[in-house]
Design a protein around this ligand. Structure first.
Ligand SMILES: Cc1cc2nc3c(=O)[nH]c(=O)nc-3n(C[C@H](O)[C@H](O)[C@H](O)COP(=O)(O)OP(=O)(O)OC[C@H]3O[C@@H](n4cnc5c(N)ncnc54)[C@H](O)[C@@H]3O)c2cc1C
Length: 503
């Protein structure tokens, strides 16, 4: 067992990475205080309560249930100690803008037939694709996701050598990989859309991430009781049980390493904290560039300028009168050709002319998120990070999206909206100190994968660690939970108190 008794650790930021690392460190005996800028915990998984509606502001897909089970199991718990799960069927509905529609379901035989109906032989290739995806998922989770290989020497390992030939074949793009299996553009889109969870595009995301299809089709899509906010509550409650102290409304404005401890100022001197160690969950670039003195930064401004940031998002949360029959809990609306949307995110930043977007209707599954007789919806359009989002532009885009929903799904919302809120690039920047207003962190391009992502351990300052979607393993709630474990393991290892936790 690790023993951090007598050690004080400060965690900066209360997103999933910060909440997770706080649990692991408190469990190892440390006296942990988590400092969060905002009024609530959860970070990008915040909740918005308005006029009787409860919106999950960020994540809404509960994927990779295996990761949540493993997380809670470390503390001798299981997810059902905190929340129940409901498997969604269909996983989601897709409206293609040419009028076509597909329900993507967990039933493999059904999906095999759907694929075959679009392209002769695609049914068999669908099976082959998913079997391979499962194999890649199992190798990558055990060898590269749970195993933190942050140094070059960590890659000199017989298991890595065995996995290397497969890994090298998968460094090409997801675009070419999927094209080898399916010609029909709709089938290609189904296999590629889950890349948006990683903040990437088919052309800039390595084929390694075909594992997302195993996540999507084989592992299933769930709704946790209370939404993703219910999962935040669960991890916060677990932390409380383990002795973590949470301080909300506590924005750290300076972080420096003194002789024996770290000094953290809240709101320019309103309060000061001292800790033996610090784990940062707030965006890596924000903390290094805005809070730390230059000589304590691991990366310079040029480094952060050259990164590929994952998209930001235009979000429209709506409370609506009546049902929205045509939609499912998760619905995607996709143009026949979505290349121009990705180009307007990554190559020539602009508001998407022909957007691909996502609509979430949690009230389909959960009565508590909307007053009786109403629906709870949000629309998410991925947009370029750093895009200008003045009030005027947003209003115009709101109209465009409501028209597009009516045209492509048949759901007319204009006159039924009883409450609404928008959230966009500048809100990500101001609410979360998000670099360039990114919704997700650093995109999973080849150059920003595995040990090419910023490290959990600072090489510039001893005793300083990082967790969350800017570091390894990456973006998404499951990855950030694992990232919290990596950061805690690195700290524990450096204390020399024991072997990092392996479970
Ligand atoms: C719209 C949207 C939809 C998404 N959909 C999904 C999904 O369906 N499924 C999924 O798995 N993932 C999804 N994600 C991604 C997932 O939500 C994130 O990857 C994950 O929640 C990020 O966690 P994190 O640990 O990086 O911390 P963050 O959530 O980024 O939290 C960092 C925290 O640090 C705080 N902070 C910043 N600066 C300071 C400071 N100076 N002092 C103190 N605190 C500070 C911020 O306020 C914030 O609370 C989505 C994200 C968004 C935005």
């Amino acid at each position: 067992m690790a023993d951090l008794s007598g050690k004080t650790v400060g965690v900066v930021g209360g997103g999933f990475g910060g909440l997770s690392t706080a649990c692991y460190l408190a469990d190892a005996g440390a006296d942990v205080t988590l400092l969060e800028k905002n009024e609530q915990l959860g970070g990008r998984a915040s909740r918005l309560e308005k006029d009787g509606f409860t919106f999950d502001m960020g994540p809404s897909w509960y994927l990779m249930p295996d990761v949540f089970e493993r997380f809670f199991a470390h503390f001798d718990h299981e997810p059902s100690d905190y929340y129940e799960l409901e498997q969604l069927d269909p996983h989601y509905r897709i409206f293609f803008k040419d009028g076509d529609q597909i329900d993507v379901r967990g039933d493999r035989e059904h999906m095999r037939n759907v694929f075959e109906s679009y392209e002769g032989g695609a049914g068999d290739r669908f099976e082959e694709y998913l079997d391979t995806s499962q194999e890649h998922y199992e190798i990558s989770m055990e060898q590269f996701v749970y195993e933190d290989r942050s140094k070059l020497r960590d890659w000199v390992d017989p298991d890595v050598m065995r996995a290397a030939p497969v890994g090298l074949k998968l460094t090409g793009s997801m675009q070419s990989y999927v094209e080898e299996y399916f010609e029909n553009p709709k089938l290609q889109q189904i296999m590629q859309y889950s890349l948006v969870f990683l903040g990437g595009a088919p052309k800039n995301t390595p084929a390694l991430y075909n594992i997302m299809s195993h996540v999507d089709f084989n592992l299933g899509v769930y709704y946790p009781e209370g939404g993703l906010g219910g999962v935040v509550d669960a991890v916060v409650d677990l932390g409380e049980e383990l002795g973590v102290t949470y301080e909300t409304d506590s924005e750290v404005t300076s972080l420096t390493k003194g002789k024996d401890s770290f000094q953290l100022e809240i709101e320019d001197g309103k309060q000061e904290f001292r800790f033996d160690n610090v784990v940062v969950n707030a965006d890596y670039a924000h903390v290094e560039q805005d809070l730390m003195p230059e000589h304590e930064r691991q990366y310079d401004e040029g480094y952060w300028e050259k990164r590929t940031y994952a998209p930001s998002a235009y979000l429209l949360y709506m409370g609506v009168e009546g049902d929205v029959e045509e939609l499912r809990h998760h619905t995607l609306v996709l143009p026949e050709n979505w290349d121009s949307h990705f180009e307007q995110i990554f190559d020539n930043p602009a508001w998407p002319d022909e957007p691909a977007y996502y609509i979430c209707v949690p009230s389909k599954t959960d009565d508590s998120v909307a007053p009786e007789g109403h629906s709870n919806l949000f629309v998410l359009v991925p947009v370029a990070p750093g895009l200008s989002d003045s009030e005027r532009v947003r209003e115009k885009y709101r109209e465009k999206i409501l028209d597009d929903i009516a045209e492509n799904t048949g759901v007319e919302l204009h006159d039924r909206i009883v409450t609404e809120e928008q959230f966009c690039v500048s809100d990500f920047a101001s609410r979360y100190n998000a670099t360039q207003g990114t919704a997700l962190g650093l995109a999973h391009t080849l150059r920003q994968t595995a040990l090419l992502r910023p490290n959990n351990r600072s090489s510039a300052v001893d005793g300083l660690y990082f967790t969350g979607s800017f570091t390894t393993p990456g973006i998404g709630v499951p990855m950030c939970l694992i990232s919290g474990q990596h950061a805690a393991d690195a700290l524990i290892e450096d204390q020399g108190t024991l072997t990092p936790s392996q479970d």
